[in-house]
Design a protein around this ligand. Structure first.
Ligand code: NAD
Length: 496
């Protein structure tokens, strides 16, 4: 397998499944299209139920054949080797991620691929140094017990990932699952199958035992994704994607009472107090609304600004939005790429129309750019800011997942906390203030899995990550991932 020459070839790649240590094709394929100009990036094999079954069986067999008995140090070693393998093909990963998503090259280099590597290293470090809980207990009759907790692998973990940060979000789950001694069947999004295939090639190249990591391509409902969640020999499903899909998967796995971990959608709020460092807040909110064309689950689509600085803030945010350079990924001037697909653009544009119907004032954007070249066949939209909508408007309550935010004024701390929390979602929030105690006080009252104060999209990967309400079930990250990907057993021994 020659990763560099494959990606540099002028022929479209055929992206195959990786099952039991072999790359295998199928009879049915679908097109992977560029969101930049609609051209074909690759042909992708669509896994049928038999292919999914073969992958799950291979994973189970590899588990029993010895992967579950490897030591944490041995598994850490494999993870370091995979990280090194990605690093060795860094440019190929960047090119593939850019071809699938259209994002600026710099972002793919500094965020997507860099985090893909880091995910393997951090879980290698964690599993090597993980310790166990231990309790000494005295009973009322003078007896003495010791309790210690062991972690065993779950078995075969099904991993289903989305398109918005393809390598980052896939490896965020593959790395800890392998680290804890599980075998894996992974299904990346049908929109972004490229970097997952490269990952399989790296895993093949480093020689991970066959069947430990398997990759299947395909769609979700009534297709590869659903076949995976329906499979009776899957021990757990870890999923990142839309809340509605999470709900469907939950129903599918309910009969088997499978372990689940769900990282789902959001309708995140940014709150700017009048005492905030104004420039830092404008900069931070612009990043949190428009990074990756708003296609990060943590992006802010609701912005609340304290009334004395509201007009000034909207004007400054408008300037930031208008300064973004929407364009092709390889142009160094580009700061915002396209949406992932025409289908997703149709959805975002339907919200642009709905906002006007709901009475929004369009501060900037609300339309598509015209380039006069092949990019007009792409999935671009302009960064968009609205004001003037009530909190009950669909554009203020529903996740849009595009470069768009609604900015509203507020008058008091209690009022803004209640408005932020009045949401079906609970993934993330950011607060901008120079008032130290206010930052802490407000953060503790926000009903989300993460709250930033004077920051956005940075965190220590050892911390718990996940959402409240419709935004997810469970937490991953650091020891929380180690806990999810293992069966904890308490061993209680009477010693006196
Ligand atoms: P999606 O739910 O449409 O698809 C995600 C994955 O699920 C894809 O691989 C898809 O093929 C598969 N799938 C779809 N239906 C399925 C089914 N019935 N059974 C099994 N698999 C199925 O999500 P998307 O559009 O790819 O991603 C965007 C969404 O992901 C947004 O809602 C975003 O907020 C969310 N997201 C959340 C986080 C987080 O950490 N909370 C991170 C990134 C993205």
């Amino acid at each position: 397998m020659n990763i560099e020459s494959d990606t540099a070839s002028s022929h479209p790649r055929l992206l195959r499944h990786y099952i039991d240590g072999e790359f295998v094709a199928g009879d049915v394929t679908f097109q992977d299209l560029s969101p930049v100009d609609g051209s074909q990036v690759a042909l992708v094999c669509e896994a049928d139920a038999q292919a999914v079954d073969r992958a799950v069986r291979a994973a189970r067999a590899a588990q029993l054949a010895g992967w579950r008995d490897t030591t944490p140090a041995q598994r850490a070693d494999w993870l370091y080797r995979i990280a090194q393998g990605i690093e060795a093909h860094f440019d190929a990963f960047v090119a593939t991620e850019v071809a699938d998503t259209g994002r600026p090259v710099a972002q793919a280099r500094t965020l997507d691929v860099a985090r893909g590597i880091a995910n393997f290293r951090i879980f290698a470090d964690l599993v090597r140094t993980a310790n166990s809980e231990f309790f000494e207990t005295h009973t009322s009759d003078g007896g003495e017990l010791i309790n210690y907790v062991t972690r065993k692998p779950l078995g075969v973990v099904g991993i289903i990932s989305p398109w918005n940060l393809p390598l980052l979000l896939l490896t965020w789950k593959v790395a800890p699952a392998l680290a804890m001694g599980n075998c894996v069947v992974a299904k990346p999004s049908e929109e972004t199958p490229g970097s997952a295939t490269l990952l399989a090639e790296v895993i093949h190249e480093v020689g991970l035992p066959r069947g430990v990591f398997n990759l299947i391509h395909g769609h979700g409902p009534n297709a590869a994704g659903e076949f995976l969640t329906r499979h009776s020999d899957i021990s757990a499903i870890t999923f990142t994607g839309e809340s509605r899909t999470g709900s469907t998967i939950m129903k599918t796995v309910a009969d088997g009472v499978k372990d689940i971990s769900f990282e789902l959608g959001g309708k995140n709020a940014a709150v700017v107090f009048a005492d905030a460092d104004f420039d830092a807040a404008v900069d931070g909110v612009a990043k949190s609304s428009f990074t990756n064309a708003g296609q990060v689950c943590l992006c802010s689509e609701r912005v609340y600004v304290e009334r004395p600085i509201f007009e000034r803030f909207v004007a400054a945010l408008k300037q930031k939005a208008q300064a973004l350079r929407v364009g092709a990924p390889e142009d160094p001037a580009t700061t915002m790429g396209p949406l992932i697909s025409q289908h997703h653009r149709d959805k975002v544009l339907s919200y642009f129309r709905l906002a006007v119907e709901e009475g929004a004032n369009v501060v900037t954007g609300g339309d598509v750019p015209h380039f006069g070249d092949a990019r007009d066949r792409g999935a671009f939209v302009n960064p968009t800011i609205w004001t003037g909508l009530p909190d009950t408007a669909r554009c203020v309550t529903e996740e849009i997942f595009g470069p768009v935010c609604h900015v509203a004024p507020f008058d008091s701390e209690d009022e803004v906390i209640s408005r932020v929390n009045h949401s079906a979602y609970g993934l993330a929030a950011s607060i901008w203030t120079t008032h130290l105690t206010r930052g802490h006080r407000v953060a503790r009252q926000i009903e989300t899995g993460i709250v930033w104060v004077n920051a956005w999209f940075v965190r220590d990967l050892r911390t718990p990550f996940g959402g409240a309400k419709l935004s997810g079930i469970g937490r991953e990250g650091g020891r929380h991932s180690l806990d999810f990907y293992s069966e904890l057993t308490n061993i209680c021994v009477k010693i006196g």
